[in-house]
Design a protein around this ligand. Structure first.
Ligand code: NAD
Length: 320
């Protein structure tokens, strides 16, 4: 007799990261239930899965009561606007999905006896005063600044998740995700990589906020998914950073994108947005020791794969 597939609910399943997680869990032989209200996601990210009987999609806002029929082994809570351009437009939905949405999913995990992994972020460190950021650092967040709606929603999410772990004994996991990139990002999502690629492909100057000396580190999506998969199956209920520690200034990154797209570097300097972090680099010692994980895809290779996607999906559709 065939053994029953394990069942996983992925919220935010039609988004950039959620859709890659759906692919990975299908590949691993799971029954995948994606749930999304499509506020920033797109069904085209998962349309290739619709024909599979081991895949289901629920169009639903997880900040409202969440019901899923049948057994669940795992829940991955990835629903949330993630790019500043999105969460600054919908700050209240962002706060709600991190708080009410997380509460609903923790309740669902209790009811189903499922293990839950929540997607947190390097933004819980705010504009960090410690570099690189270890999981022990408590962060430097302005709760009433423009980014507060996202950062504090995620900090609340972590606190609520730990409370369910300690108070109810729920099996919980928390991943602190650092900037991740790859196919299925939206060109117009305002994050630096799609913004630079879009501008380079249109022959426009690249917008650099501030003098470009601020640093970021970029993790390719396949590496991130591998880290999340390992964390879910690990025993670790403390938060774990997953990201690529290879750091680059924004100015150097602009040069790299122009090099890869074969265009001459032109820069339009703009004022630095309020509370923009100056430095961001994960310390991944914990992921290495607890999960045996480290990133494998170097930036050049990851950027080439991503550029390929943007060219195919976007330029052919003339929507750059
Ligand atoms: P995304 O915007 O592509 O995906 C988020 C998905 O959640 C979208 O499909 C959106 O429609 C859905 N969603 C939002 N609110 C919802 C709600 N109330 N109910 C149901 N669905 C809802 O963003 P992403 O980059 O894929 O990010 C996914 C998760 O990872 C988010 O929780 C984000 O905070 C976290 N994260 C991402 C990054 C990154 O670099 N991409 C970094 C840190 C953390």
């Amino acid at each position: 007799m065939a053994t029953a597939r394990k069942r996983v609910l992925i919220t935010g399943g039609a988004g950039f990261l959620g859709s890659h997680l759906c692919d990975r869990f299908i590949k691993e032989g799971y029954h995948v239930i994606a749930m999304d209200n499509l506020i920033t996601g797109d069904l085209k990210n998962i349309e290739h899965l619709f024909k599979l009987e081991q895949f289901e999609f629920y169009h639903h806002d997880v900040s409202k009561f969440v019901h899923v029929p049948g057994h669940l082994d795992y829940i991955l809570h990835f629903a949330s606007p993630a790019s500043p351009i999105d969460y600054l437009k919908i700050p209240i939905q962002t706060l709600k999905v991190g708080s009410l949405g997380t509460h609903n999913l923790l309740g669902l995990a209790m009811a189903k006896g499922a293990r839950i992994l929540v997607a947190s972020t390097s933004e819980v460190y705010g504009d960090p005063l410690v570099h690189p950021q270890t999981e022990e650092y408590w962060g430097n967040v302005n709760p009433v600044g423009p980014r507060g709606c996202y950062d504090e929603a995620k900090r609340f999410q972590e606190a609520m998740t730990m409370a369910y772990h300690y108070h109810h004994g729920l099996e919980t996991r928390i991943v602190r995700i650092f900037n991740t990139y790859g196919p299925r990002m939206r060109l117009d999502d305002g994050r630096v990589l799609p913004a630079f690629v879009g501008q380079a492909l249109r022959g426009e100057p690249l917008s650099i906020f501030g003098d470009g000396s601020q640093t970021r580190s970029f993790c390719y999506v396949d590496d991130l998914v591998e880290g999340i998969y390992r964390l879910l199956l690990s025993d670790c209920h403390d938060p774990v950073n997953i990201g690529n520690p290879s750091e680059i200034t924004i100015k150097e990154f602009a040069e790299e994108i122009c090099g890869l797209t074969g265009v001459e570097l032109k820069i339009a300097y703009q004022p630095l947005p309020k509370d923009d972090p100056q430095k961001r680099q994960p310390d991944i010692a914990k992921a290495k020791s607890v999960l045996g994980w480290e990133p494998k895809v170097d930036r050049r290779e990851g950027l080439e794969r991503t550029l390929e996607y943007f060219k195919k999906e976007v330029i052919q559709n003339q929507t750059v």
